[in-house]
Design a protein around this ligand. Sequence first.
Ligand SMILES: Nc1nc2c(c(=O)[nH]1)N[C@H]1C(S)=C(S)[C@@H](COP(=O)(O)O)O[C@H]1N2
Ligand SMILES: [Mo]
Length: 324
Amino acid sequence: MIVKHRKPWELPYSEITPESIYRSRRDFIKAAAGAVGALAGAACVGQETPGVLQAQTNLPALGAARNAKYVAADAVNSYKDITTYNNYYEFGTEKSDPARYAGSLKTTPWTVQVDGMVGKPGKYSVEDLVDFKALEERIYRHRCVEAWSMVMPFIGVPMSSVINKVQPQPSAKFVEFTTLNRPSEMPGLSVPVLDWPYVEALRMDEAMNELTFMVVGLYGHVLLNQCGAPLRVHIPWKYGFKSGKSIVRLRFTDKQPRTTWNLSAPDEYGFYANVNPNVPHPRWAQNREVRLPGLFKNRDTQMFNGYGDQVASMYSSLDLKKNY
Ligand SMILES: Nc1nc2c(c(=O)[nH]1)N[C@H]1C(S)=C(S)[C@@H](COP(=O)(O)O)O[C@H]1N2
Ligand SMILES: [Mo]
C-alpha cells in the first residue's frame, strides 16, 4: 500500500521560494552565513583550475584528473552544501535527514547484480564495474525538480564504460538501476512515502550518452553515504530524481521500466524528466530556479539544464511536452 505523505515541496511556499518562508529563523541565519562562506569558496574555485577539488573530510582521497570537457562555468558549491542538503528518502524526507542518518550504512562489501538482456549477467563488485584507474572529475550542474540547483565536482566514469563491460544484448532498449533496500540501516524505508526499492531507468541511448556518469566520488574523495555511496548515477540534463543512489542492480530490458517517482505521481514525474522550463510541474513553475545557497529563485532554468548541445538530438522525434 502506498500512503501519500506530503512532500516538502508540496507546500504552497514552493512556488515563491522553497527556503525562505519555511525555514526557522535559526536555519535562516545559518543559511545566510553559508551564502557568505560559499562566496569565499567560489573565489578559490576560480583560481584552482587544474587538479581536483579537495574537501574537508576523512574519507579516502580518490585520484582523478579533471576532464576539461565537462566543467560547468558556474561556481562550484561548497562540500558542506552538497553533503548536508540532500534528497535520499531511504533516510528520511527532510533535506538534513540523509546527513544525519546515512552514516550507519555499510557500503563494504557491495554487490551489484547485473541481469536481464545482457551478455555477462552476474554479481559484480564496484571495482569490477568501475575502472578506478580511469576515474575523471567532472563539474556538473544538478537541477532538482523542486527548483533548486547546485554545481558538484563528481568523480566517476562514463556509464557507457560500465555498460560496455557487461555487454547488453542488441534487443535491450532500456537499463534500469535499483537502489539498496536495507531497512535495518535505512530508517526511511519504514515510511511508505514511495514504493521501495527506489528504481530509475534510462533509454539505452541516454545511458550511453557521453554525459551520463557513474559516480564513486565527490570533491576529491570517496562519496559520503548521503550522496549515494558507493555507486550513484548522475544525469546532468535531467531532474535529480532520475539519478539513483547506492545502486545494487542493473537490469537490461526491451520494455520501458516502471520507475518509482513516475509510479508515485505520473502526472508530475515523467519517465524522461528532462529539465524543460516550458513544462511546469503541475503545482509550480519550472522556468526559474534557486541556485543554492540562496533564498530566492535567482536564475532562469535552461532547456536540458544547459546541456542541449550534447543531448537534444536524442529527442528530435519526441514531443517533449507530452514526454516530460
Ligand atoms: N535512492 C535514491 N536516490 C535518489 C533520491 C532518493 O530519494 N533515493 N533522490 C533523488 C533526488 S529527488 C535528487 S534531487 C538527487 C539528490 O542528490 P544529492 O542529494 O546528491 O543532491 O538524488 C536522487 N536520487
Ligand atoms: Mo530532486
